[in-house]
Design a protein around this ligand. Structure first.
Ligand code: CAA
Length: 405
C-alpha cells in the first residue's frame, strides 16, 4: 500500500513540471593515441587494453585545450541567441580545475558571450560533479519558468606515463542545456543517491596527476551500484521490464560492463539483461575512442547511445548510474522525448572523432609532459585545433593569468 502511494506521488511530481536535457553536444581534442601503440611501447599484450580494459584509443589534449576551452567548444554549437538570453545558471563540473578560487564557469561565460544575468559556478566531486549539476539544474528550471541552465562537464584524465592508470586517460567536454519541456530527455525528480568517504582515487592540489587504488575503486563503484539498484527495486523505481537502457559512468568500458554484469546473475530476467547489454554496447562506442573524461563520461555514454542506437523510441525510459570517486553515486531515470533524434548531430560527432590526428608515442609523451609556466612569465601557445568547431583556445599565460581567445 505504502509503495503504491509512493509511486502515485512520483507520477504526480513527474507530470507537474517536466525538466531535463534539451540539447547536448561534445568536444574532444584533435589528437589521439592508439592503444595498440601504447601497449607495444609499454611491453603489454594489446588485448589487455582492447579487451581487458575495453578501450581502443584515447584523446590527448594540447596545452591550449584546457577544461575551459573544451567546455566552450562543446557548448558553442548548441546555443541559439534565445538560449544565451535565457540561461539563468551556468555550471561547469570538473575535477581538472584551473584555479582554486575563480570558477571555470566565469571564463566560459565570457567566451560564450552569455549575459551577466546568471549564476556562474564550478562544481567538483570527481566524476559525479556533472550529475550534481544536472540535478541542481532540473530543480532550478522547475521553479524558474522561462530560464535555462547550461551544464558543462569538462575534464582531462591524467594518471602519468607508464602507470596502471595510463591506459584509462582521455580528454573532452559534454555540454547540456537543461530546460522545462526538454526536447531530448525528461528527468524524473526521484532518484537514489549515496555518499561515503573512501580513499579510492584523489588528486592533491600540488599534483597534475591523479592517484588511485585501482582495484579498490572498482570494488566501491560496483558496490555502490548494487546498493542503489537494490534500493531502486525496493522502491518500485527500477522495473527492468520498463527500462530500455541503463547507462554507466565509463572510466573505461570494462568498468561499466562490470556494473551491468551484476544484474546478469538472475537479478533480472535473461531477456531484460540481453536488451540492456545490447544498448550498453551502443553507449560505449564514443567512450572507447575518447577515453575517460571523468565527470562527462556518463553523458558521453548517453550521447553515444542516442547517436548510435536505431531502436530506441520516444517514451522509452532509461536509467543512469553516476559514480564519482571519493565517493558519491546516484541512480536516476529519464524518458526520451518525441523528436529527440532531430536534436542530435550524430554525423558531426562521428566527423569530430574521425578528424583526429594519430600521435606517435614520443609525440604523446611530449604533449603529456608539457606544462604551463608557473613563474609569472609570459607564455604564448599555438592553436592546436584549427577546426571551425574548436574556435576557443587558451592563447597563453601572463603574470599568472590565463588569456583565452
Ligand atoms: N587479454 C585480455 N584481457 C586481459 C589480458 C589479455 N592479454 N591481460 C589482462 N587482461 C584483463 C585482466 O584479466 C583484467 O580483467 P578484469 O578486470 O575483468 O579482471 C583487466 O585486463 C585489467 O588488468 P589488471 O587486472 O592487470 O589491472 P591493472 O593493474 O592493469 O589496472 C585498472 C587496471 C585498475 C583499471 C587501472 O587502469 C587503474 O587504476 N585505472 C584508474 C582507476 C579507475 O579508472 N577506476 C575505475 C573506478 S573509479 C572511477 O570510475 C572514477 C574515475 O573515473 C577514475
Amino acid at each position: 500500500m505504502r509503495q503504491e502511494q509512493y509511486r502515485m506521488q512520483k507520477i504526480d511530481k513527474t507530470d507537474s513540471v517536466k525538466a531535463g536535457i534539451d540539447k547536448i553536444n561534445f568536444y574532444t581534442p584533435n589528437h589521439y593515441l592508439d592503444l595498440v601503440d601504447l601497449a607495444e611501447a609499454r611491453g603489454v599484450d594489446p588485448n589487455k587494453y582492447l579487451i581487458g580494459i575495453g578501450q581502443n584509443r584515447m584523446s590527448v589534449a594540447a596545452l591550449d585545450q584546457d577544461v575551459v576551452a573544451m567546455a566552450a567548444n562543446a557548448a558553442e554549437p548548441i546555443l541559439s541567441d534565445d538560449d544565451r538570453q535565457e540561461i539563468g545558471m551556468l555550471i561547469v563540473a570538473t575535477e581538472s580545475s584551473i584555479d582554486q578560487s575563480k570558477a571555470a564557469a566565469l571564463f566560459v561565460q565570457d567566451l560564450l558571450g552569455l549575459t551577466a544575468d546568471l549564476r556562474a559556478i564550478e562544481i567538483k566531486e570527481a566524476c559525479y560533479g556533472a550529475t550534481a549539476g544536472i540535478q541542481l539544474a532540473c530543480d532550478y528550471v522547475r521553479c524558474h519558468p522561462g530560464r535555462k541552465v547550461l551544464v558543462i562537464a569538462s575534464d582531462i584524465a591524467r594518471y602519468g606515463l607508464d602507470t596502471p592508470g595510463e591506459v584509462t586517460q582521455g580528454a573532452g567536454a559534454v555540454a547540456m542545456l537543461v530546460t522545462r519541456d526538454p526536447g531530448i530527455l525528461a528527468i524524473e525528480p526521484e532518484s537514489l543517491y549515496a555518499s561515503r568517504s573512501t580513499g579510492d582515487f584523489w588528486r592533491p592540489n600540488y599534483s597534475t596527476e591523479a592517484f588511485a587504488r585501482g582495484k579498490f575503486s572498482e570494488e566501491v563503484y560496483v558496490g555502490m551500484f548494487s546498493d542503489l539498484w537494490d534500493k531502486a527495486r525496493q522502491q518500485g523505481l527500477a522495473d527492468p521490464e520498463h527500462l530500455q537502457a541503463l547507462l554507466f559512468h565509463i572510466p573505461f568500458s570494462k568498468m561499466g560492463r562490470k556494473g551491468l554484469r551484476t544484474l546478469g546473475n538472475g537479478k533480472i530476467s535473461e531477456a531484460n539483461y540481453n536488451r540492456l547489454t545490447e544498448r550498453f554496447e551502443q553507449s560505449i562506442v564514443y567512450g572507447k575512442e575518447v577515453g575517460n573524461i571523468y565527470t562527462g563520461s556518463i553523458y558521453l555514454a548517453l550521447l553515444s547511445l542516442l547517436d548510435n542506437d536505431e531502436t530506441l523510441q520516444a517514451g522509452d525510459r532509461i536509467g543512469l548510474f553516476s559514480y564519482g570517486s571519493g565517493s558519491v553515486a546516484e541512480l536516476y531515470f529519464g524518458t526520451l522525448q518525441p523528436g529527440y533524434r532531430n536534436r542530435l548531430d550524430a554525423q558531426g560527432h562521428r566527423a569530430l572523432l574521425d578528424a583526429r590526428e594519430r600521435l606517435s608515442i614520443p609525440d604523446y609523451e611530449a604533449m603529456f609532459s608539457a606544462q604551463l609556466v608557473t613563474d609569472g612569465s609570459e607564455q604564448n601557445l599555438e592553436r592546436s585545433d584549427s577546426a571551425a568547431g574548436a574556435s576557443h583556445y587558451l592563447a597563453g599565460m601572463k603574470k599568472h593569468e590565463r588569456r583565452y581567445r
